[in-house]
Ligand binder design. Structure first.
Ligand code: PLP
Length: 393
């Protein structure tokens, strides 16, 4: 028998992927420059030159099995040491390679963390709007995804709504800052308030509530501080990926950190390894673990995204759109011009504009505009945004 739950996942697909597929078809019909695809978080900025140099050096110097062979399941020691050393330099911590598990991107990092830290029947809290795959990953652990709404209009983290969502079955909370889809960055102050409340909750529990800090956009910030969450709340497991910071989403490489101060850290780390095994993630790609070892401190090209951000925020603002000014990541959260965001996106299609309706992220009435596209795409899309606005007047 075909598994019904998996069939449903595959058959319904993700809205973001559906729009991306439509964009590819439409581009083939009318020309790539006439379609304004803001759907996917696929960076248009090329990977840094250091990535190419690292690959070329590996190709020249490594034996075939070093390039393409299996690595140890937790990853190459060189990559894990480089990640730990980089974190220590940046956050004044004292992590070692044993605290790091290399993964096939943030999707695997978060999936492994969820499988490791929950049991079927548990609840996992997400802050809505949220990255839609969280629900899929949470439910695949046999857990319930519980939505805690962010603050109205600012879309900042609401400690109150998280506290309301907590029950004795809450195993973990996923926090994602800089945030996909709203671009908000959680301040130290709000994270500290959350930590204080969780510490209070933990006093009456055998096992603490874990924070899973999903941080693929950590370096993508336009001036706001992105606090190091394990410094604020010790039971934090950090999930990271190089998909966005090094523009390597197709290469599938990232890591999970279980800090030594985390509750039962050694068992948690073993459970991460067990989850990777159970999920069939044998090891992260060998060549790209080498790239990580070489490029761990390579800066992300934030300037290019900032240029896109400023142009979109200013121009859409002047046209009369309500937008949430993003402090990080590369998404703009825009109020739909009618209450039904799906209908708004259907109308936007007439102008070849392809944002993602907010219903996919668990809230009505907004759209996500991914500005990790070229600057020219944004410039060329402006008349279409204006025409879309005019069509509602
Ligand atoms: N988490 C968030 C918030 C994301 O936006 C994404 C991808 O867009 C992922 C996880 C998955 O990242 P990866 O491609 O590294 O698996």
């Amino acid at each position: 028998m075909i598994n019904e739950a998996m069939y449903a996942r595959g058959a319904e697909s993700s809205k973001i992927r559906e729009i991306f597929t439509y964009a590819c078809e439409r581009k083939a019909q009318i020309g790539a420059d006439k379609v304004f695809d803001f759907s996917l978080g696929n960076p248009s900025i090329p990977a840094p030159e250091a990535v190419r140099s690292s690959i070329e050096r590996s190709l020249a110097e490594c034996a075939p099995e070093e390039l393409h062979g299996y690595t140890p399941a937790p990853g190459l020691p060189a990559a894990r040491k480089a990640v730990a050393a980089s974190l220590n330099r940046r956050f004044g911590t004292s992590y070692s390679m044993g605290d790091i598990f290399m993964t096939v991107g943030a999707a695997a990092s978060v999936s492994c963390a969820l499988h490791a830290l929950t049991s079927p029947g548990d609840e996992v809290i997400v802050v809505s709007p949220y990255f839609p795959e969280y629900k899929v990953w949470i439910e695949s652990c046999g857990c319930t995804c519980v939505e805690a709404p962010a603050k109205l209009y600012t879309f900042r983290l609401s400690v109150g709504s998280i506290m309301e969502a907590i029950t004795p079955r809450t195993a973990a909370i996923i926090v994602n800052s800089p945030n996909n889809p709203t671009g908000s960055v959680y301040s130290r102050e709000v994270l500290q308030r959350l930590a204080n409340c969780l510490n209070e909750v933990n006093r009456s529990r055998e096992q603490p509530v874990f924070l899973i800090s999903d941080e693929p956009y950590r370096e993508l910030t336009y001036g706001a501080e992105v606090p190091w969450v394990p410094d604020i709340y010790k039971n934090t497991v950090v999930c990271y990926s190089y998909s966005k910071s090094l523009s390597l989403p197709g290469e599938r490489v990232g890591w999970v950190l279980v800090p030594p101060a985390c509750f039962e850290n050694a068992r948690a780390m073993a459970a991460i390894a067990g989850s990777a095994r159970a999920l069939g993630f044998v090891c992260a790609p060998a060549l790209f673990q080498r790239v990580v070892a070489d490029c761990v401190d390579e800066p992300c090209n934030v300037g290019a995204y900032n240029r896109n951000r400023l142009l979109l925020v200013n121009e859409l603002g002047e046209m009369g759109y309500s937008v949430v000014e993003p402090e990080g990541a590369f998404y703009l959260w825009v109020r739909a011009l009618e209450s039904d965001a799906e209908a708004f996106c259907e109308r936007a299609k007439r102008f070849e504009l392809l944002p993602v309706p907010s219903d996919s992220f668990g809230v009505p009435g907004w759209v996500r505009v991914g500005y990790c596209v070229s600057y020219d795409t944004i410039v060329n899309s402006l008349p279409a945004w204006r025409a879309l606005m005019d069509s509602y007047r």
